[in-house]
Design a protein around this ligand. Structure first.
Ligand code: NAD
Ligand code: G6P
Ligand code: MN
Length: 432
């Protein structure tokens, strides 16, 4: 029987996770689930934790959900540790999104200056979690969902030395749900190949005869239901660009390929209803009101308003595939090991992989066309710089990460944005 520990258990996504485990119980016999949070998240933990227990009680399975603020108590002898925490909660994300916008730059949870600061706050904490895991559950798998998922996973594996770590995102899952519908086919009839970085990958799709369906899907990409998560504004992609590449970009590529349209839209929202983080705070409040209802014992449909919907299809499926050694195709953040030839072997990349008891085995993509090679090398350099700054608290490296980031404008405001964010987040940045 399996022991699961979820750090950041007070997240509104926890019912997703429970649903995913209940669905897979026959293949993944769980004995106990420990939801870990901190003092600031205690109330959320108690509300969503009670719903989690009700979900299991309404299922045919006998699983106990433990709630604790003591991470070490929970980690003891864990088999799988999943992470879904947010250092500083949504108030910190509001600052990440508002401050750059006030200076005319895109503020976004995982991209631009906001994403860099989320990494600065999160990487030291993942380091502390791994310190505890080395002592208390040295054989456990760490399934990281905490954003920026690619950089946090790279820090966990490369810098804190936790090899048994896989990083996840729901974006590839959503594509693989939406696109078969657009094609009028079943997922099992298609072959998918993804490669790139988290929130910066491309993919291709083939049918059973090996015919490339990428051009057909490009023609559908600007339609509703095209596979973009709900948190991203769907500025239309220029189809000529995509057809020349003959690659399907991920939803987050809009911030790079359609930078001005995305900035204009973010400013518009900022003036009207507030940034995405402020909207999400309202959604979260509504969700927790629903969760309090003792009659509720399933995941409410309103959770689909969050961009991370279908998260459990990635997280629970990955754990199931490791546990049952099933060699299932999944798109995960893992060590490159040559899969993308223009990036270092030890870089963490988000690629099609086979998931088994030994973890993720990335499938070779091979060389990238020169445009994508250029993007990837720059974005990886920016990520490495961000991670080094997060580890050392070096101001110059933080500034270099800013200068390298295509969504941080390099002008008289650049350093002001950096300084304002450093002050705003001081409480969560002891290393600076
Ligand atoms: P949230 O604001 O609800 O935070 C989740 C919980 O983490 C909170 O209850 C909070 O108290 C707790 N927490 C904060 N610091 C902690 C610490 N040091 N130890 C333990 N718990 C701590 O966040 P959310 O909106 O549910 O998102 C959770 C995380 O998952 C975020 O990092 C978010 O970016 C990420 N996410 C990732 C994806 C993906 O595709 N990888 C999708 C959605 C969300
Ligand atoms: C997306 C992503 C996540 C992101 C989230 C935001 O789909 O894959 O990495 O953090 O959803 O959703 P939210 O509802 O919080 O804006
Ligand atoms: Mn994601």
């Amino acid at each position: 029987p399996v022991k699961i520990v979820t750090i950041g258990g007070g997240s509104s996504y926890t019912p997703e996770l429970m649903e995913g485990f209940i669905k897979r119980y026959q293949d993944l016999p769980i004995r106990e689930i420990w939801l870990v949070d901190i003092e600031d998240g205690k109330e959320k933990l108690e509300i969503v934790g009670a719903l989690a227990q009700r979900m299991w009680d309404a299922s045919p399975y006998d699983v106990k959900v433990h709630l604790t603020l003591d991470r070490r108590e929970a980690l003891k002898d864990a088999d799988f540790v999943t992470t879904q925490f947010r250092v500083g909660l949504l108030d910190a994300r509001i600052k990440d999104e508002r401050i750059p916008l006030l200076h005319g730059m895109l503020g976004q949870e995982t991209n631009g200056a906001g994403g860099i600061f989320k990494a600065f706050r999160t990487i030291p904490v993942i380091g502390q979690i791994i310190e505890d895991m080395k002592e208390l559950c040295p054989n456990a798998w760490l399934i990281n969902f905490t954003n920026p998922s690619g950089m946090v996973t790279e820090a966990a594996i490369k810098h804190f030395g936790w090899e048994r770590c896989i990083g996840l995102c729901n974006v590839p899952t959503i594509s693989m749900m939406a696109e078969p519908r657009l094609l009028g086919k079943d997922l099992s009839e298609l072959t998918y190949r993804f490669a790139g970085l988290n929130h910066f990958h491309w993919h291709k799709v083939y049918d059973r005869d090996g015919k490339d369906l990428t051009p057909e899907l490009i023609d559908h990409i600007n339609e509703a239901g095209g596979g973009t998560p709900v948190n991203i504004y769907q500025a239309p992609f220029p189809l000529e660009l995509l057809h020349s590449m003959n690659l399907l970009p991920c939803g987050y590529h809009r911030y790079y390929y359609q930078k001005q349209a995305m900035l204009d839209h973010a400013l518009e929202e900022f003036r009207q209803g507030g940034t995405r983080a402020e909207q999400v705070k309202q959604t979260e409040k509504e969700l927790f009101e629903l969760y309090k209802n003792p009659q509720l014992h399933e995941k409410p449909v309103q959770l689909s308003k969050r961009g991370g919907a279908y998260y459990s299809d990635a997280a629970c499926e990955c754990i199931r595939a490791i546990y049952s050694n099933s060699r299932t195709h999944m798109v995960v953040s893992t060590r490159n090991n040559g899969a993308i030839s223009c990036l270092d072997d030890d870089s963490i990349v988000e690629v099609s992989s086979l998931i088994s008891a030994t973890g993720a085995q990335p499938l070779a993509w091979g060389p990238m066309p020169s445009a994508e090679k250029g993007w990837l090398q720059m974005m990886k350099a920016m990520e490495e710089c961000t991670i080094q700054a997060a580890l050392t608290g070096d101001y110059g490296l933080a500034l270099e990460a800013f200068v390298l980031n295509p969504l941080v404008e390099n002008n008289a405001e650049t350093q002001r944005v950096l300084d304002e964010l450093l002050v705003a987040h001081e409480k969560y940045l002891p290393q600076f």
